[in-house]
Design a protein around this ligand. Sequence first.
Ligand SMILES: O=C([O-])CC(=O)C(=O)O
Ligand SMILES: [Mg+2]
Length: 584
Amino acid sequence: MFKKQKPELKFTSGRRYVTSNTTGVMRLRNKYYNKALAFTIKERQLLGIHGLLPPVVRSVEDQVRIKYAQFINLNHDLMKYLFLLNLSEINEPLFYKLLESYTEKCLPYVYTPTVGLACQRYSYIQQFPRGLYITYKDKGHVLNVLKNWPEFDVRVIVVTDGGRILGLGDLGANGMGISVGKITLYTAFGKVRPHQCLPICLDVGCNTDAVREEPYYMGLKCKRPPTDEYNEFVDEFMEAVVKRFGQNCLIQFEDFGNSDAFRFLDRYRYQYCMFNDDIQGTAAVGVAGIISAMKCTGTDWKSHRILFQGAGEAAIGIAKLLVIAFKKAGFKEEQARNSIFLRDSKGLITKDRSPDSLTENKLPFAKDMPFIYKLEDCVREIKPTILIGASSQPRSFTKQILRMMALYNAVPIIFALSNPTAKSECTAFDAYMNTKGKCFFASGSPFPPVEYGGRTRYTSQANNAYIFPGIGLGAASSCIKYLSPDIFLNAARIVAGLCTPEDYAQGRLYPPLTKLSHCAFEIAMAVFTYAHIKDLSMVSPKPTDIRAFLTHQLYDAKYEPVIPSWLQPDSKTDQKDKLNCIEC
Ligand SMILES: O=C([O-])CC(=O)C(=O)O
Ligand SMILES: [Mg+2]
């Protein structure tokens, strides 16, 4: 007989176990164990849930097909978002299976662009609270709040303070949606197990009056603290994470405001296992697109002039990683910088601008040339081969600008990276139409393919989703001490290297989204290998077969049998010790 006791979850070598007196009904209501109609008749009888489900037993494949049919028939983006989020709370393996099976169709609704809309409405659409909220009022007690998180083996954290959600500005605590969206991709494509992933919102107030004053706003109704005090709070958070989850827990900073993002990256990058996705993740994906563009146009680094519209996290991140890439290709740093032009809201970044309009990140790229204000004039003067938008200024790549790009280049490269879709610098349609179908176009948010001159041009989504899941898997499994810039350059090369001639022929500079898991795994392999070569890994001894080691750690979104093989009546293993512990 089993003693009556509270069901208890145990975590053993990364696998979940539940004590055998977890009732069948609890399994039906628990997202980890619920299999819905996939419980076999035998399992239903054993669990005492026979009759609680309709008699049919359905395969997981059929369940996925049915869920997809339900999903695709919803006619509002937010409904689709909520449908998927709810599924993830009711039946986690089925949710990930659906995402795996219909990646291109489902991704835009758990992630960019719909996640932007979801964040804007987050206070109204909350159904199941997700993630951990740590507020400024918790200063001095951050560790206690972290201790309330029920999982122990957390390997990856995505933390936002909502300071700059996509191109939508300061959304305060509503930014939690972004951490939840990113963490979903860690499991879906990085295959980091769900219980090892933690989305966090640091709620330190919000400087957007309209958000703060919404009647149902869920966050702290105050403005953000001054820099020094904010630093103290985030310092405390970083220390608390290490105390609670260990030095090797990866902390991804997401969608912080511009100056906070750069400051925290500088402050922590070599002290903690952390990175900033908007600076470094986007940098890697941007550089991947440029490497790809060079490969398919047969050009090299010195044939390019790159003009950025925007000089924030993404633009500076890409520009800095490009400099490293140029140098590795044998160029002098100065040569590299001379090929990179940045234009911010005040105009082209030139040396003759007033010093207070040039931050230390922009200064190295300031040009010794006459100041130009308008983007169109910058394009006319510089004649860039590659034009990159990262400004959140919708439609700033005008018809004239796109036509000029086609006039100056046989194959213009145009990236409109701002998110969500409404913030994009131009649409895929505009890009192809105004360059006579000659350009390669990539964007942060997805655009449908465009027909031009009897050909279908597929667009690519130049989104850091190609990068961060692999960085996370690699960092978490190698227990890396910190993430150096080389890791992001390697990731860029890997993504570019996974493009095929067929992808190029279709107009893509990135592998299709269906290869996101493949990209993540190869990036993780590279991170792991790098960590060992540079003596940054805490995994010792080094596994002899890294591929097998990594593969073993991957999350597999499948239903486990209620009675595992080692508890079957014919099992040779000693069952006495194990009867209280049924693996699910
Ligand atoms: O979330 C995304 O789709 C990409 C990203 O990091 C951003 O735009 O801030
Ligand atoms: Mg971001």
